[in-house]
Structure formats: C-alpha cells, structure tokens
Write a protein that binds this ligand. Structure first.
Ligand code: SF4
Length: 316
C-alpha cells in the first residue's frame, strides 16, 4: 500500500510514521509549511515533501469559514486545507490513502469526532483518511473495507493526555522534532494581538507583513503607520534586512540602540524617533539625536525620549 502521511515532526506523526513502517507501507511524508509556524526549517526526514501553503493560509486566517479557536487559530479550516493538499499529493503519487497522527478528542477545536468527519467531508476526503492512533474508535475507512489494512491494527488512543503516546515513543526510541504544541503562532496571544491589529488596518496582507509580526516591539501610530523596534541583536539585524523603500530605518548612533523600522506616514516620524530613543542607552537624556534613513540618505532629528506612559498608548 502507498500512503501520504501528514508529517509535522511532532510526537504523534512520528509515532504514526513508525507504525506505517511496521505495516510495510510505501510512505510519502508531506510537511505543510505556513508562515504561522514558529519553526524555521522543516523536520529532517528522508524523502520529505515540503509544501508552502502560506498564501492560502493568510486568506483562511482572515476569513475562516468555521471560525477561530481560543486565539486566531482557524483549526478546522487549516485541517481542511491540509487534507485538500494531501489529496492532491496522493493523486500525484497514485497512493491509496492519507494518514494523519490525529488523536480523537486531543484538541478542542478540530479533533472531536464530529469535527474530524466534517473536515474529511469538506476536503472531499470521506473515508480516505486513516488515523492509526485512534482508528479503532472511528468509523471504518476505505482502507479497511477494501482490505488494505486490518482494523485490529488500529489503536484506541483518545483525549488530551500524552501518556500513552509518550510511553510508545520511549519504547520505539523515537525523539520528536517538534513540541506537542506544533509551534503554531496562531495559538500565541501576543502574536495574535499583533496579527489582529494588522488585519484591522491592512487590507492586502503580504508574506513580509507576517514575517515582521514575529520580531520586535510593535507600535501603532495611526491607521497607516507602524513602528517596529528590535529587542536584541538578532532582531536588529533582521530589521535592517527588511527595510524596503519608502520605509525609514531608525537608530541612535554611537550608543546601545535598537534598530527600528518605520512604515507609514512621515508626519509620525518624530514620534517614532522618540520611541526609538526610549529604547536606547540614552533613554534618560533630555534630548537624543536619532538618525533616520530612507534609501541611502541619512538625516538626524533631536527628540525627547517617549515616557513609559506614552509608550503604553502606542504599543500593540
Ligand atoms: S493549531 Fe495552527 S497549525 Fe494546528 S490546526 Fe490549528 S491553525 Fe492549524
């Protein structure tokens, strides 16, 4: 049998990979990357097919047909998208069925029986998805009715506890690549606050906008203007590489200073400089000279560093 495995590198899909190997399946592991994952690289696995679904994902996050979970996580629509893509890959590989590491009732939004069935239906994958960790508790799939797998091989794991999966992993000597949370930023309240602000003020969200949400302190200066201030050397370097005209690049010279990225209306530049000064080592000075650069032209302005009280007004 030939299968496409939705593989994240987490505990559950790593276990299922091992189970499929024991079944002697021909496995086509598929990792779906989207920009809202906190990991920078795909897990390491031979023959892993990596598919970037970031563009589809931005639309889903903005307008999820089946709503959000606790934060801005549109889990049901996300799973539907993943199964649709997995089905395309299955066709391409002329495979028999799709396999996932999902566990019944493990996640509140997308893994109750009713939701699993809805997701299969909406993705046009009814009967096509085998979930070995909970399969004994789920309706039969085509793989069983067509005799490709024996129902007795399916496990009956259920619920949020990781105990059974962890003890299986220990016995099988498996070290998962990712944490159980899967590193999805859409479940992170701080990230979601910045994302909600972006969706409120920007109609057309680009890949770069999401990348910027992952770094720095964010300040909303007006409907069209934002300032992002680096928090450490790595973020400062990233900010410098992400400046793109007509953005301004701000910093305080000759002292410990963050790099800051200003996007928007120039009339807010002085306020942005004052915030940048507040995070520099000169924050206690009465006035601070802040450099601002557009393309290759660097100018300077003297500002009074923003007070803590004022910071709170602009911070997202
Ligand atoms: S937590 Fe994130 S990656 Fe996981 S199903 Fe929900 S939206 Fe998708």
């Amino acid at each position: 049998m030939k299968v496409v495995l939705l593989y994240s590198g987490g505990l559950d899909s790593s276990l299922v990979l091992r189970i499929l190997q024991e079944w002697n399946a021909e496995i086509y592991p598929l990792f779906m990357y989207n920009q809202f994952l906190s990991c920078k690289n795909a897990p390491e696995l031979p023959d892993l097919h990596v598919l970037d679904v970031s563009k589809d994902f931005i639309d889903i996050v903005r307008n999820p047909e089946h709503g959000y979970g606790k934060n801005l996580n549109p889990c049901i629509d996300c799973r539907i998208l993943m199964l649709k893509k997995a089905k395309e890959y299955l066709k391409q590989k002329k495979g028999d069925f799709i396999v996932t590491g999902e566990v019944l009732d493990q996640r509140p939004m997308s893994q109750h029986l009713e939701q699993l069935m809805l997701i299969d239906k909406k993705a046009s994958c009814e009967g096509l998805v085998v979930r070995p960790l909970s399969g004994a508790l789920l309706p039969s799939t085509k793989a069983e009715t067509e005799g490709l797998i024996d129902r007795n091989l399916l496990l009956a794991i259920k619920g949020r506890s990781r105990k059974i999966a962890l003890s299986m992993a220990e016995k099988m000597n498996i070290t998962p690549f990712m944490s159980p949370s899967g590193g999805c930023l859409l479940t992170d309240p701080g990230f979601c606050r910045r994302l909600a602000d972006l969706m409120r003020y920007k109609e057309k969200i680009e890949v770069r906008d999401i990348e910027l949400l992952k770094i720095g302190r964010h300040f909303r200066l007006d409907d069209e203007t934002k300032l992002i201030v680096g928090r450490d050397e790595e973020e400062n370097n990233t900010i410098e590489t992400m400046v793109r005209a007509p953005d301004y690049f701000l910093y305080v010279p000759d002292t410990g200073s963050p790099n800051a990225l200003f996007i928007g209306k120039k009339k807010n530049l002085e306020r942005a400089a004052a915030i940048t000064a507040r995070y520099s080592d000169k924050k206690n000075d009465d006035t601070v000279e802040v450099y601002y650069r557009l393309k290759k032209i660097v100018k300077a302005m003297k500002v009074q560093p923003t007070s803590n009280e004022d910071l709170a007004t602009w911070r997202i």
